[in-house]
Write a protein that binds this ligand. Structure first.
Ligand code: A2R
Length: 320
């Protein structure tokens, strides 16, 4: 039975970009709970969390951990999270995102058969179905790359192997960013290049991909607020909820770049790098957040300008 007042929480991916923010938020929202974080790095420390070392693709290790912790809530964030990396590392992407998700699902079905699972998928699953009209959860997924395929299959695996008593929330976040995100991702890549140019570490030239693509960005804090809100609501949710996490508003990537250039200490030239163009780039990726708003009291709180300012500041701080 779920201990709904002080649930025991197990999180995967808690050492990652989103997971670190979520760890901090859950400390407040579930102050009296036991909180355990699964990481491949046994040394990883997050205040208020126990760390358990395991690779999510290791069925035995994950099974032992879930049997020992007996979580009431599982937050599954661990993934190969980069679309760009997935193109070159398809096997590893499928292994982590599908086999890893299967190992979590198998362990939960066996050892925590009444637990709630919040699994982080991606708005990327809509793929070629995306258009200028914001995608609702009713839009047919149509993955276009190994990342989005692995996320969609991961969703299906959990739907199939969890027990009828497990509650499953599949979150489909669209683009999100903030301080601490790796520069493999577009906005930190712009910010890092601008700061390096400001410091004279590189020519005042910014290498960019497709600036015309429209993307629906949230600040990571708003994404995490949605995850926490869904968890708090979870005892009242049906067995399966699939929900978009998005602003509902897509802006061209060039808009974020121009906001960042306004805040830069020097002029930078733009160099369009064809290697950064994705073979099957989606012209407009925008989600409909009506379902999320109908479930929890949530709306985005951090503007695009504040987001890019934070990214520039974080990279300036990084370089001291
Ligand atoms: O490197 P680790 O062990 O601290 O953890 C990374 C974890 N991870 C794994 N954990 C256990 N076993 C694995 N085989 C494994 N592979 C990866 O996933 C890391 O903490 C986390 C990914 O962090 P980031 O790359 O920073 O991703 P982000 O942006 O926080 O994405 C979170 C979720 C993912 O499911 C994305 O696909 C979705 O949000 O957008």
């Amino acid at each position: 039975m779920t201990n709904s007042s002080n649930p025991t929480i197990l999180m995967t991916g808690g050492a990652g970009f989103v997971g670190r923010v979520l760890c901090g938020e859950l400390l407040e929202s579930f102050a009296s709970s036991r909180r355990v974080l699964l990481s491949r790095n046994a040394e990883f420390i997050s205040s208020g969390w126990e760390t358990a070392a395991a690779d999510i693709t290791d069925f035995d290790a994950v099974g032992k951990l879930v049997a020992d912790v007996k979580p009431d809530i599982i937050l599954h964030l661990a993934a190969q999270a980069s679309v760009a990396n997935a193109q070159n590392q398809a096997e590893q992407t499928w292994r982590t995102n599908v086999v890893g998700t299967m190992s979590i699902g198998s362990a939960v079905a066996r050892w925590a058969p009444a637990a709630t699972v919040l699994s982080v998928s991606s708005g990327e699953v809509y793929g070629a179905s995306l258009s200028a009209t914001p995608a609702t959860e009713a839009v047919q997924p149509n993955p276009q790359n190994p990342y989005s395929w692995s996320k969609l299959v991961g969703e299906r695996v959990l739907r199939d192997i969890l027990t009828p008593e497990n509650r499953l929330i599949i979150a489909r976040p669209f683009n999100h960013s903030g301080a601490g995100q790796d520069r493999r991702f577009v906005l930190p890549s712009f910010a890092a290049q601008i700061v390096e140019a400001e410091l004279g570490l590189r020519e005042p030239q910014l290498h960019v991909g497709n600036l015309e693509a429209k993307r629906d960005f949230l600040h990571v804090n708003d994404v995490v607020a949605a995850y926490v809100g869904l968890l708090q609501l979870s005892p009242g949710l049906p067995r399966l909820t699939v929900v978009n996490i998005c602003s509902g508003n897509a802006l061209p990537v060039s808009y974020y770049l121009s906001e960042m250039r306004k805040l830069a200490n020097l002029e930078v030239d733009i160099i369009v790098d064809h290697e950064k163009m994705r073979p099957s780039d989606i012209a407009c990726s925008c989600g409909d957040n009506s379902l999320l708003r109908s479930l929890i009291n949530w709306s985005p709180t951090i503007s695009a300008t504040a987001l890019v300012q934070e990214l520039l500041t974080s990279w300036r701080n990084k370089y001291g």
